[in-house]
Ligand binder design. Structure first.
Ligand SMILES: Cc1ncc(COP(=O)(O)O)c(C=O)c1O
Length: 321
C-alpha cells in the first residue's frame, strides 16, 4: 500500500503517521465498525468518485443496524471524501471511509463509546490479481457458510462480520484459488468473500436475491441497471450450487473487483471452458461499465462525482475541519 500524505480523521486532515487510535478502542476488541470501499477513476473530465453518495448512505445504514450514532452526515462525508482525494491523488484511487466505536471501558455493549470517523485513500489496482478482469479467476465453493440475518447483519458492511469473509478468502488462497464462494445457511449460493455473483444461462442474467444473505452491492445494482439499459433479461433468483457449475458465464462484482469473470468453480470450467475467454454477456456488461467509469459514455444515471483538482491542497485541512 502506498502512503499518501493525508488521512481524514474526525473532521480534519491529519498527516498519515499521526492517524492513530488507543488500544482500548472498542472496535479493535469487538469489531464494532462500519466501512465502505469507493473507487475514484480518471475520466475524460478529470478524477471522479463512483457512486460516492450511495456508498455513504449504505454506511449510515450499516451504523443504524449496529445502533451506532454517526457524528457526520452523508453531505459532510461526501465533502470530506472529495477533499481527501483532491489532496492526496492526481489519478485513480480507492477510498475507505470507516466509523468505529472508540476508546473507554471494555464492556461488550459499546453504545456509550464515542464514534470516531476516518477516511483513508490509497492506490489499489486489480483486487483479484493482474489480468483477472480480462481473463477471469478460478474460484472454489467454500466449506464456510455465509452468516444469516438471525445471527448477524448481512445487509451491513460491519467490521466484525468480516472474520467470516477472511476465513472464506484465506481458505480459497491456501487451496490455490483466487476467490471463494459462500453458500447461505440453506445451501444456496450467496456471494464471494468480497463480491456479489452473477450467472448467465441461455442469455439470461441471474443473481441471488438480497434475502440470500448477501451484501446488497453497489456494483451489483450498477450491473442490474446496465443490464436493463442494454436489454439483457435479468432475474434476482436463488441459485443452487450445481447451477453454478452449469452456467454459461459467471462473474463477480464489487468496488474492489469491479466486474471479474469466473472461469472455473471447483476446477470445473465455466461455459465453453476456453480459459481466458470472457463470455459475450460479461464482455458487454464490462464494456458498458468501464466506458461509464472512464467518462467515455454519458453518465446518464449520475454515478460520477467529479473532484475539482484545481483547488489548492493547502485549503483542505481548514475546509474539512
Ligand atoms: C461481502 C461483500 N459482498 C459484496 C461486495 C460488493 O459490494 P460493492 O459492489 O458495493 O463494493 C462487497 C464489497 O464491498 C463485500 O465485501
Amino acid at each position: 500500500m502506498n502512503t499518501p500524505e493525508w488521512i481524514w480523521l474526525d473532521g480534519e486532515l491529519v498527516p498519515w503517521a499521526e492517524a492513530t487510535v488507543h488500544v482500548t478502542t472498542h472496535a479493535l476488541h469487538y469489531g464494532s465498525s462500519v466501512f465502505e470501499g469507493i473507487r475514484a477513476y480518471e475520466t475524460r473530465e478529470g478524477v471522479a468518485l463512483f457512486r460516492l453518495r450511495d456508498h455513504l448512505v449504505r454506511m449510515q445504514q450499516s451504523a443504524k443496524l449496529l445502533r451506532m450514532p454517526m457524528p457526520f452526515s452523508v453531505d459532510r462525508l461526501e465533502q470530506a471524501c472529495r477533499k481527501l482525494v483532491r489532496s492526496n491523488h492526481d489519478g485513480a484511487c480507492y477510498v475507505r471511509p470507516l466509523a468505529f466505536r472508540g476508546s473507554g471501558d471494555l464492556c461488550v455493549d459499546g453504545r456509550e463509546r464515542p464514534t470516531q470517523t476516518t477516511i483513508i485513500s490509497f492506490e489499489w489496482g486489480a483486487y483479484l490479481g493482474d489480468g483477472a478482469v480480462e481473463h477471469g479467476v478460478d474460484a472454489a465453493v467454500s466449506s464456510w457458510r455465509r452468516f444469516s440475518s438471525n445471527t448477524h447483519l448481512p445487509l451491513g458492511k460491519i467490521g466484525g462480520q468480516y472474520v467470516n469473509n477472511q476465513l472464506v478468502a484465506a481458505q480459497a488462497h491456501v487451496d490455490g484459488y483466487q476467490e471463494g464462494i459462500v453458500l447461505d445457511e440453506s445451501g444456496l449460493v450467496a456471494e464471494g468473500s468480497g463480491e456479489n455473483l452473477f450467472a448467465v444461462k441461455d442469455g439470461v442474467l441471474l443473481t441471488p436475491p438480497v434475502f440470500s444473505a448477501i451484501l446488497a452491492g453497489i456494483t451489483r445494482s450498477t450491473v442490474l441497471q446496465l443490464a436493463g439499459d442494454l436489454g439483457i433479461p435479468c432475474h434476482e433468483t436463488p441459485i443452487s450450487r450445481d447451477a453454478l457449475y452449469l452456467a454459461d458465464e459467471l462473474f463477480m462484482t464489487g468496488t474492489a473487483a469491479e466486474i471479474t469473470p469466473v472461469r472455473s468453480v471447483d476446477r470445473i470450467p465455466i461455459g465453453r471452458g476456453e480459459r481466458g475467454e470472457r463470455g459475450p454477456v460479461t464482455a458487454r456488461l464490462q464494456d458498458a461499465f468501464f466506458s461509464v467509469l472512464r467518462g467515455e459514455t454519458a453518465d446518464r444515471h449520475g454515478w460520477l462525482t467529479p473532484i475539482d483538482q484545481s483547488a489548492p491542497a493547502t485549503a483542505y485541512a481548514a475546509a474539512a475541519s
